[in-house]
Design a binder for this molecule. Sequence first.
Ligand SMILES: CC(C)(COP(=O)(O)OP(=O)(O)OC[C@H]1O[C@@H](n2cnc3c(N)ncnc32)[C@H](O)[C@@H]1OP(=O)(O)O)[C@@H](O)C(=O)NCCC(=O)NCCS
Length: 328
Amino acid sequence: MTADDAVGVAELVRRCYGDTYIHEQIYDPERFFADQEAGLHISEVAVAGKSDVVGHWAYVFRGAAVAESGMTITDERYRGHGVASQMEANLHGRLVQRGVKWVMGEPVLVHTATQEIAVTRWKQGAITGIRLKSIPHIDLEGFEARTEAGRISLAVAFGPLAPMRGHDVWLSPEYAELVALVIEPTDWPRTIRTEPPQDPVLPEATVLGSTFNDAMASAEIEVETIGADLHTAVVAARDEAQAAGARFIELRIPTNEPASALAGLLDQGFSFAAFLPEMRGHADLLLLQWLDNPQVDRSTWQLLNPHIESLADAIVAQAELASERNSR
Ligand SMILES: CC(C)(COP(=O)(O)OP(=O)(O)OC[C@H]1O[C@@H](n2cnc3c(N)ncnc32)[C@H](O)[C@@H]1OP(=O)(O)O)[C@@H](O)C(=O)NCCC(=O)NCCS
């Protein structure tokens, strides 16, 4: 994406989303191009004729080894001709050159196009979960009538660009089956362990950090170290986020220590959201979710294949169970 292309990208986004796109920086071409030059993201564009920008796809860097896919748009007149797939393939080549090892993304559920790219075009890529009603409603041009009412749910995808080192993943039994389902179609070298540590010597205090996103009415709780007080520490952070107005809370738990097998938080309202390997050093992350209202209307979801359908069944069922157990 050149500086001139950035102007065309803003116009493309405006044609597609009006002024409602959640990535506001894209409307300011100078800033968006400067961000790219500063190494915050890389963008690929598709150009028709001399300078008509008709497609855009970006990867946002999340540390040195991870890049997150996003801001994917093909002009409606040019859809279905492989434009998005080609932009994505070009980006993967550029990411490998820059030393990025892992990619992740959030395919929408209103159509299967980006789920398909993650599952079939990313080498060893997979859908690893669904964040239920995690963001406010957005209308995707061409898909308005088919989008989930109210807040919308997004899939989570992961793909390795480098070989994954094999290791154990420690999980509480209530989440283990879901992670097993996620990794079933992959060759990711992971062994799931659920046995609690013998005579655990845990630090007294859990170390965690929380952030609240006003525009999304959501919060993230990042657990750094699991301590003996994990459950009370998480409940305190959850209550604080709820009081601030969070309607969706994501809780991130590292899975590289046996202590992670103790992190069963269904009774506190946290159900499985997704599994993201390699996200923190070499630690895989378990993503859990708390929802203010776990009733999900799945009637508009388009899911790519039976595997993702069964994952969705299990995720929605566990969200309902967690809410029930939490309100007891
Ligand atoms: C999603 C989007 C970027 C796809 O762009 P595109 O240039 O048409 O995509 P491609 O032609 O490269 O298609 C990629 C794959 O998705 C499939 N696909 C494309 N549009 C699809 C649709 N509406 N429904 C289901 N599958 C679709 C194609 O079949 C193709 O797979 P194949 O080559 O194996 O047949 C475009 O539809 C768009 O801009 N939508 C609105 C914004 C949006 O939804 N962005 C994605 C957010 S995650």
